[in-house]
Design a protein around this ligand. Structure first.
Ligand code: LMR
Length: 334
């Protein structure tokens, strides 16, 4: 699959003056998201007080002389900046601090995603793809989609690709192989400490990963906590949340959503449930998905052990309570 066009594709990035934005913009402009045959118009969005920073970023983007960069717009008004856009990367939002859960940001960030959803609904291209990176990503995505009733829900996705790539890397380390050999990783549930990174269906060197490991002690006490708490561990080391890796995951997620997943592999995306695996259909839940010219498809027919089922259930229960919280805060239309 390729987008292959000569008309510039309009890509909006919120939080463009932040650290994730800085790592993201140059890679999109250089063709890392939509390929070398797709010219891009970048729309850089941030708070009114950040326009100087955005001007500087636009200057630097031009100075790279990227052949795929058609032009750059900057601004803070979403209704203007989302006009006719094909892609929205919703990165903006208060980052969490040490000791906070991502769900603690719901109140602070939820309104922002409702506002952005309304603006997308009014002015974005009807085929726009919307990827939510700002935390808590699944529920912010749900809020944005609920605030944009004229855009189909399946055009919204929350970022769990960072967890997916963390999980692939740790599994590759465990079996002492290059990460390229690790395929069919799945993140189930919420982008939170309850997520379930599923090694039972993963493949390493073309063979089932679990058959090569078969160590529940490692799985429960090392692997799952390391992947699930990685964001918090980075905050405790850096004093700030992940930036370059979050940007990398955002780029990779939108690239694969647009260009397709490789044959024989899948990726993880938080997408609107259609009831698969018993997940209520009002939630945005992370599933393994393949992507082809018709869009993404949740991988069906995977069998879960009682252990895996209980883990997924726990994460889905957390998504339900986040949903109930934003509903009671009036952030989604009833
Ligand atoms: C991450 O997973 O690193 C990001 O979502 C930031 C965070 O708050 O954990």
């Amino acid at each position: 699959m390729s987008t292959n066009t000569t008309t510039p594709v309009k890509v909006a990035v919120t939080g463009a003056a932040g650290r994730v934005g800085y790592d993201l913009l140059f890679r999109i402009a250089g063709g890392g998201m939509l390929g070398q045959n797709t010219p891009v118009e970048l729309r850089l969005i941030d708070l009114p007080g950040m326009m100087g920073e955005l001007e500087g970023r636009a200057m630097e983007l031009h100075d790279c002389a990227f052949e795929t960069l058609d032009h750059v717009e900057i601004g803070s008004d979403e209704r203007t900046m989302f006009d006719g856009i094909d892609f929205a990367l919703l990165v903006a939002g208060k980052p969490r601090k040490a000791g906070q859960d991502r769900a603690d940001l719901l109140k602070a960030n939820g309104e922002l995603f409702a506002k952005q959803g309304r603006a997308l609904n009014e002015v974005a291209d009807r085929d726009v793809k919307v990827l939510v990176t700002g935390n808590p990503a699944n529920t912010n995505c749900l809020i944005a989609a609920a605030s944009a009733p004229d855009i189909p829900r399946h055009q919204f996705s929350g970022l769990t690709r960072l967890d997916h790539d963390r999980a692939r890397h740790r599994l590759g380390k465990k079996l002492d192989v290059n990460v390229a050999q690790v395929k069919k990783m799945s993140i189930w549930g919420n982008h939170s400490s309850t997520m379930f990174p599923d090694v039972f269906h993963a493949e390493v060197d073309g063979r089932n990963a679990w058959e090569q490991i078969d160590d529940m002690e490692w799985l429960i006490n090392k692997y799952i906590p390391t992947v699930a708490n990685r964001g918090a561990d980075i905050i405790s080391k850096r004093g700030a949340s992940s930036a370059a890796s979050a940007a990398n995951a955002t780029l990779a997620a939108m690239r694969d959503w647009s260009m397709g997943t490789p044959e024989g592999d899948w990726v993880s995306m938080a997408v609107p449930s259609e009831g698969a695996y018993g997940v209520p259909d009002y939630l945005f839940c992370s599933f393994p998905v393949t992507v082809d010219a018709d869009g993404y498809h949740v991988v069906t027919g995977l069998h879960h052990s009682d252990f895996a089922h209980a883990r997924i259930h726990m994460s889905v229960q957390e998504l339900i309570s986040e949903y109930q919280a934003v509903k009671s805060l009036g952030m989604i239309p009833s």
